[in-house]
Design a protein around this ligand. Sequence first.
Ligand SMILES: NC(=O)C1=CN([C@@H]2O[C@H](COP(=O)(O)OP(=O)(O)OC[C@H]3O[C@@H](n4cnc5c(N)ncnc54)[C@H](OP(=O)(O)O)[C@@H]3O)[C@@H](O)[C@H]2O)[C@@H](O)CC1
Ligand SMILES: [K+]
Length: 472
Amino acid sequence: MIFAAADQVLTVSQMVAAEERLMTAGTDVHELMQRAGRGAAKYVWRTSAGARQGYGVTVLCGPGNNGGDGYVIAEAIRERGGTVQVVAARDPGTDAAKRAASLYRGPIVGAVHARGGILVDCLFGSGLNRPLSDEFEALLSGLAARHDRAIAIDVPSGIDSDTGALLAGKLPHYALCIALGAWKRAHFLMPAMACWDLARLVDIGAARDVASAIAVGKPVLSAPARDAHKYRRGLVVVIGGAMPGAALLASRAAAHCGAGYVKLVARDVAGAPDWLVAHETGDGDLAAALADDRIAALLVGPGLGRDDNARARLNAGLESGRHLVIDADGLMLLEAPAHTSLSGAILTPHYGEMLWLERHFGLATDAAKPARALALAEATGAVVVAKGPDTVIAGPGGQLSFASSAPSWLSVAGTGDVLAGLCAARLAVTVDAWTAANEAVWLHAEAARRAGPAFHAGDLADAIRPALESCL
Ligand SMILES: NC(=O)C1=CN([C@@H]2O[C@H](COP(=O)(O)OP(=O)(O)OC[C@H]3O[C@@H](n4cnc5c(N)ncnc54)[C@H](OP(=O)(O)O)[C@@H]3O)[C@@H](O)[C@H]2O)[C@@H](O)CC1
Ligand SMILES: [K+]
């Protein structure tokens, strides 16, 4: 997979390093601030129709370079003929911010006088390194309450850019968050990402850092080759267990996602639809059923149960040597040290399953989600899809990717089974766990967008087809 600079997701120190590389190449900090501020101003201008009619933009500027961006934005709005004012929470403290402030020709007003259409929050950006004081929190929320809408520049003031954690008791809600130079991790992590409706990125010329994390991108897929047949396109076997519905749902998702052949092996296959090859397979017969060399990927976990029979079925999957996707109950049966070399597998834990796995593998649970997902990937050797409103994908070699915001309608029963089926189908087609996990996560969110509001998991599985078609 090839990724553009716009896909990278940087830590604060990676962003500083990117800026230093730009400066070494001859672009000074003043120029970078102009690019960032003027780029952001275009979005502010578009959002602020009212600013052109005298009901204007207020820019709240802090002491650092985020505040400097604010002066550039304010001057750009003023030059376009907009009504704009600055509230200076503190005097500018960096050389770049001082220079930006000196170039601003508009009014600076006291906070109590500021009201209007749009509040642009440039109080703190990626340099926030401790919780907001009560004074700053009151200033920000008071100003937000006196404006129709708020826009956050780089990140909302009160967010840890690396972890997405809140460094304030309460933050305003923002219509827009404009990332500067590159996405930061907070743009993809809860609770930060719940603070805005839309996020946009302003390019300042930062090159792609190959060591950085990436945003999960739209896959580029192709139709089956002219000489394709069902096995070459990928045979997915779903191991069913105590609750047949979940395995059926996962099978349906896999069938809509490019696999050539989906087979369910379960003790009870009553209710299987006619398009699905369903084999009644007892625990004793399972190893023989999984010995078929044509199997490209195995899914075990949805509806598996957690008793000894379930454990036997999971072990048959593990011992088969096939590429595996392990989900749901299958995850709850994993343990160290038996399951520390799951190379080539995909694990899809939600929050509770993640916690359980961390306890069983002796991992810390107090770090931020990316670090936790990376630790689990390293401990198991598998690609970990840490599901949730802020899905993070981690690989055992330190690869990290972040899913863009997906519809919150996904918070309904069965959508995890659908994702597991998607992972298995893409694993069967690509034979690469990292690629498969990224493609599956993107397709899952896109299917949700296409399914519209209040869908059930069956609708979601059916919406995979148009989502996949959009990638051809
Ligand atoms: N560098 C570049 O090339 C470019 C950077 N860009 C922009 O710069 C932003 C990062 O700038 P920045 O590093 O100056 O950080 P920023 O968030 O503005 O302020 C930090 C200041 O606040 C202070 N402070 C921290 N926490 C505090 C608290 N709770 N309460 C009170 N004070 C607190 C801290 O000082 P301290 O008190 O810790 O000594 C420091 O003085 C970035 O988000 C982007 O917008 C773009 O223009 C593109 C080009
Ligand atoms: K900000």
